[in-house]
Design a protein around this ligand. Sequence first.
Ligand SMILES: *Cc1c(COP(=O)(O)O)cnc(C)c1O
Length: 417
Amino acid sequence: MAWTRDAMLALDARDPVAASRDAFDLPPGVIYLDGNSLGALPRATRARLAQVVDREWGVDLIRSWNSADWITLPTRVGDLIAPLIGADAGEVIAADSTSANLFKLAAGAVTMQRRQNAGQGRRVILSEPGNFPTDLYVMQGLADLLGDVELRTVPAEGLADALTPDVALLLLTHVHYKTGRVHDMAALTAKAHAVGALALWDLSHSAGALAVDLNGCGADLAVGCGYKYLNGGPGAPAFLFVARRHQDALHPPLSGWMGHAAPFAFGDDYQPAPGILRHLCGTPPVIGLSALEEGVKVMAGADRDALFAKSRRLGDLFLELVDQRLGAHGFQVLCPRDSARRGSQVSLGHDQGYAIVQALIERGVIGDFRAPEVLRFGFAPLYIRYVDIWDAVDHLADIMETGLWREARFHERAAVT
Ligand SMILES: *Cc1c(COP(=O)(O)O)cnc(C)c1O
């Protein structure tokens, strides 16, 4: 059927999670399809940050570590994130950046494997080419540091066969940042376990975007991002997950004082805290964690089944409209068409992708561009409406039909794309 703008408005009117948009402060005239890069600002965050800065820091000063409960923020936020990713309370902590957490968990996993399988030659970290750059860079640095560890990358189709007994750790991003393709977490984790490897999942484009069931899949370890679908704000702290069964055996490589069993005993010798707490390193970033807590609360309070069903529908409709209206303009669909295999984003390929995205941004439709040719549109289901999908494709069609993208100003590259 040929969609109309009115049909989209009707879908919005019937949307059971439409009201969650009211929790956000969105600028007028903007269609924000980049919540997969930086989530929008929840209204509650502004008041919370004013409270943290003006009262807790400004007046109560250091007493706030106790009186405002700053000290429990990392575990409190971790416990709020846990149900979003199929983890239990006590298995998730908010800390550091995703990059740092990748290092912490991968180094911990590889050295745990070494202790538990002495002499078995398990020395490979397996990932895929084209994984998010930081995931590969951090593993390259870790391999260099440890000396006897190798990073091996194998294209997605070959991963199951590449799980051989020399693999210590499988590291994959659940939803691919460029193509939106979803890995079969349950099957790949089971295959990893069958050869004695551990599985570490990067949930940066999954948490808050689609249903994730870490414990249902038997996952060992996971990391993820706080500033994307969790709406924690620019540079928000990330999170990490360690399955309960590994918590005593996994030693943190960054054995900082905040992960000590008794940080305020100020002893000379490191003793890891029990449970997930040992994966803290230094003093928690209170302002960032407070903002993240507000972002996660919005997601935690929503009907996630309805939210994730909506997010799949938004992607399907976007693709239908692209087929309907952009057929003649040289776009390729780079994401899976099957919404069960796609994250909450649509990726299109076009050799003029950069300029087209800049022209869209000038029109108030904010998506992003990923080199060399990917136009990426993220659908944060908490605040994107069906009518936004229509209007975004409408602008895109107009930019292509008028050739607006050809104008010189859309071809100048900024530092951040
Ligand atoms: C966004 C993203 C990150 C971000 O890592 P930072 O340390 O926060 O810069 C890491 N991995 C993936 C897969 C991502 O999408």
